[in-house]
Design a protein around this ligand. Sequence first.
Ligand code: PLP
Length: 216
Amino acid sequence: MIEGPLPTICNASGRLFGEEKKKAVLAVLESGILGSTYGKVVRQFEQKFADLLKVKHAIAVSSGTAALHTAMVYLNPNPGDEILVSPITDMGTIIAIVCQQAVPVFVDIDPVTQNIDPAQLEKHISPCTKATPPVHIYGSPADMDPIMEVARKHNLFVIEDCAQAHLTEYKGRLVGTIGDMGCFSFQQSKHITTGDGGIVVTHEDKKFGRELRLYA
Ligand SMILES: *Cc1c(COP(=O)(O)O)cnc(C)c1O
């Protein structure tokens, strides 16, 4: 039973930070190394996140938007290429697309799940369509089987936007591990937070991971 209004995302009472976390933050402050280039903590976090999702690579970046942008830079669309995307999402999904001079094409949602409607997806495919980032909105997974079927048929790259769906399962698989890449946010309103932050995951080969690292 919840009594009274829920705390806003800017209210410290809405989060629990135990002694372990406070110690970990202090250890970083006292180590003298605050950046991820020389520090070890971000690398450890990447490894733990990769292990958690059972993927080969997890590359940490500064936000969920940066994660989506990194994936989009990897995709390297030509100016004017089209990316099929849900109209219900955070602006970060769209920013990543327009930053690479691609065009977001909005595909209608299923009114019940509020996720992209796979039946609508195929109707919006043109010769310029390059990719789709299904957005797993409000913690509920997009219907990935039919989305992947359409994507594979038309050679589309699938970048899962998991910013609101950490550890969400779709038919027993974790979201972010079903498409070609998964992008997560650790912004302060998300299920797991580092204040700001994001990560791109993929199980593709070494080169894929190295290229992502360079873009990040
Ligand atoms: C929050 C969010 C993003 C962007 O993440 P930031 O860390 O705020 O840049 C992208 N997509 C969705 C669905 C989100 O909820």
